[in-house]
Design a protein around this ligand. Structure first.
Ligand code: ADP
Length: 495
């Protein structure tokens, strides 16, 4: 019998109200059932929201540094359990252990960063326009927050939200992706062990259209943070918009790495191998376009193909695996569909392009690392997010053209340029339309204390990470203190 996991609502582990469950399976070995999780209902969400609402009454009054202490303890527990959590994550999500350890580390960094932020959460004081009067403004929590997360960073993405959100005094109803519910439960266990009071975090598992939708529709939920596909993000935004809820959206990307003719090519190749095929291309910041200056195009493509062909596919738990499986069958079909589209559009598939099924690989959802050359900016494989190990190579003849190609897509999350020319690097940093630009580094590698998010269709103006996430998880309260002992009328009683 597979282990039966539960929801956590109002300080107690519990089944879904209808008793139904769904299976969590290993994408590298689909026959392996890792556990069953509650297929929850709207009434489970209702109970969770009520618990979060009740907990908010007292949690908001706990001093922020004290809230931060709980997060620090959570970070310390994560340090102790790092390898164990990484192994759980690799089993349910597929990426190699080196990467899942990094995912946990991002959670640890966020815990410690958020904990110290509890001692800052700076407000702003200004002079009053009137005598004997003081103006203060400070941050207050938003209230009950809904958190809807994807499967590609099962620890990091929930941590980016829960930790700063809790330090800021909010409470949560958390709905993780159906493909990675186990890591999410571990995160909740850690918060409980660290001393988080009942009701401050509630986890409700189940289908997005049921549990996720119920969170976005509940009138007591004040803010929703969503990371996932653009199509689902749009539904979430519309639902939240009906009740004028705050909503933070992190959605698609079509990130490019530009390589100029003066670049260090060894470094650029290392960067694109990591950016395009790390996490099997299933990162929102993955490199899915490579824009090469025509002078180094042929040499770089040739060397890249040779090196990419050596990447070892396999179970992320096995030593030496570079590239793990695709998360599920549906996602693999989608990748294969895009590869067929690329071939039909006339791009040249120089590597991969097929489902990988040799030997042990047939047990899971593997796909060959794939490279297309002769891609032009108008092709669908150059414009649409594929979310898999598929790289489209485009050619340019100048920096201006490279930037124009980069900016020709609807998305704007991450970007990268390899050049030794500081002037060109700075021009690119200024003109590339993206929330993140790396210079001489791959499109992936966000650090926990920096703002993370994208422009254009990638997001809706908010940022996760660093000090910027507190703008989402707090509201401003303005307080006027009049110690004149008389009625002073702003805008009227002035000289
Ligand atoms: P992906 O294509 O990455 O699996 P989605 O964007 O559909 O992803 O999913 C991201 C998260 O959004 C998941 O937790 C999923 O369950 C949830 N979700 C899916 N549909 C909805 C919806 N209609 N309302 C709210 N959340 C949803």
């Amino acid at each position: 019998m597979p282990t039966k996991f539960q929801n956590y609502i109002a300080g107690a582990w519990c089944d879904s109200s209808n008793g139904k469950t769904f299976e969590n399976r290993n994408p590298a070995n689909w026959d392996e059932v890792l556990g069953t999780f509650p297929l929850s209902t709207k009434s489970d969400v209702d109970r969770a929201v009520e618990a979060a609402n009740e907990a908010f009454r007292s949690w908001r009054l706990v001093p922020a540094p004290e809230r931060g202490n709980i997060l620090r303890r959570a970070g310390e527990i994560m340090v102790q359990r790092k390898d164990e959590i990484a192994a759980i994550m690799t089993r349910e999500m597929g990426k190699p252990l080196t990467e899942t350890r990094g995912d946990v580390q991002e959670g640890i960094d966020t815990a410690f960063y958020s904990a110290t932020e509890g001692r800052r959460l700076f407000g702003i004081n200004t002079p009053s326009e009137l005598r004997n009067k003081l103006n203060l403004s400070f941050r207050i929590p938003v209230g009950v927050c809904g958190l809807i997360t994807p499967w590609n960073f099962p620890m990091a993405i929930p941590s980016w939200n829960l930790f700063p959100g809790l330090v800021a005094g909010n409470t949560f109803v958390f709905k993780p992706a159906e493909d990675t519910p186990w890591t999410a439960n571990v995160l909740v266990e850690i918060l409980i062990e660290a001393g988080l009071p009942s009701g401050c975090v509630n986890i409700v598992h189940g289908a997005g259209e049921v549990v996720g939708a119920a969170i976005t529709e509940h009138p007591l939920v004040q803010a929703v943070s969503f990371t996932g596909s653009t199509s689902t993000g749009s539904i979430v935004a519309q639902n939240c918009g009906k009740q004028t809820k705050h909503v933070c959206l992190e959605m698609g990307g079509k990130n490019a790495q530009i390589v100029m003719e003066d670049a260090d090519l060894d470094l650029a190749i290392e960067g694109v191998l990591w950016g395009a095929f790390g996490t099997t291309g299933q990162r929102c910041t993955a490199t899915s376009r490579l824009i090469l200056h025509e002078k180094i195009h042929d040499e770089l493509v040739d060397r890249l193909r040779k090196q990419a062909s050596k990447l070892r596919l396999g179970d992320g738990l096995a030593n030496g695996t570079d590239v793990g499986p695709i998360i599920n069958e549906k996602q693999r079909k989608n990748i294969d569909r895009y590869v067929k589209i690329g071939k039909e559009e006339g791009a040249n598939c120089i590597l991969g392009g097929e489902i990988a099924e040799e030997g042990e690989l047939k047990k899971g959802w593997f796909y060959q690392p794939t490279i297309f050359t002769n891609v032009t900016p108008d092709m669908r494989i150059a414009k649409e997010e594929i979310f898999g190990p598929v790289l489209s190579v485009l050619k340019c003849s100048s920096l201006e053209e490279a930037i124009e190609i980069n900016n020709s897509v609807i998305y704007g999350l991450s970007s990268s340029i390899y050049t030794r020319d500081i002037n060109r690097a700075m021009q690119a940093a200024r003109d590339i339309e993206a929330g993140i630009t790396y210079i001489n580094s791959a499109t992936i590698g966000a650090e926990a204390h920096m703002p993370f998010g994208g422009v254009k269709a990638t997001g809706n103006g908010h940022r996760e990470g660093g000090w910027a996430v507190f703008d989402f998880y707090t509201e401003w309260k303005s307080v006027y203190i009049d110690y004149s002992g008389k009625l002073q009328r702003a805008q009227i009683d002035i000289n």
